[in-house]
Ligand binder design. Sequence first.
Ligand code: PEP
Ligand code: MN
Length: 334
Amino acid sequence: MIVVLKHGVEREKREQLIEWLRGQGLGIHISEGEFQTVLGLIGDTSRVDMDLIASLGIVDSVKRVTEPFKCCNRKFHPEDMVVEVGDVKIGGGNFCMIAGPCSVESEDQIVTVAKAVKASGANVLRGGAFKPRTSPYDFQGLKGTGIELLKIARKETGLPIVTEIMGVNHLPLFEDVDIIQVGARNMQNFDLLRELGKLRKPILLKRGLANTLKELLMSAEYIMAGGNEQVILCERGIRTFDDYTRNTLDLAAVPMLRELTHLPIIVDPSHATGIARLVPPMALAATACGADGLIIEVHNDPMHALCDGAQSLRPEEYDALAKKVYSVREVLNK
Ligand code: PEP
Ligand code: MN
């Protein structure tokens, strides 16, 4: 249920109402916008007397929220959420360019790629340290060492870092990571999501290979219900019957999610297509349909990459793409 307060309500009266609602065993999510304050009621609202609340002088309107997701529901929070990582802002009109290799392979590799993508305008560095590989015989990532190498690249370039966590037991290693990524395969690892909800740092939540948008939002809800509201959603392609591409990029997810939630929505055209030459057109399409950012795999030597070389752009290809992305953004902002 949401309670929209009238404009300019006295603080004391607002607090009295909030206390009264809390007294009924409800959690209250307060969203203070420029023009209106919205109280989101979380918990069992079936016994709350809607008419009584609506009759109060300070209340503008009361609505039931039928969707099972509350904290990430735009009705609870009409204004776009802006996730902040140092100086970088994501969402609410702020576009983020996350780039870097699929996996961290060596200091030279990650620092070289970090410098190159930064020069092209990227503002966050990606790199997998723990890799969720289909085969247990494939490269599994440099693990803790990989995170240390990402920190070196951060120091060299000033770019904040994002890297994937695969299990709750690795959390201590992620203390100094700027954005923690939950990969597609872990989107419904509810124990992990609950633990991430206890943190106060941004989480990049990728859509599962075969998950609906509602399931994605319910996973965001797990994190947010714990009090960590800084969630970035990522569309990275879903499994369909076609096998020319690695996945099928569901771009309609972007405007659909935009209606449903206030969270930033970014797109990963690399894992969505699996083919480097398809990354630029899909990145531009994602930008054009209103994504808040892109996460793109870039490698200085894709032919020898330990993971996902086929979908990795070379630095010069990323540079050319970034210029076009900025042109599309300019058109959108006109
Ligand atoms: C990744 O970003 O490195 C990754 C493994 O992506 P996904 O979880 O989307 O497959
Ligand atoms: Mn990859």
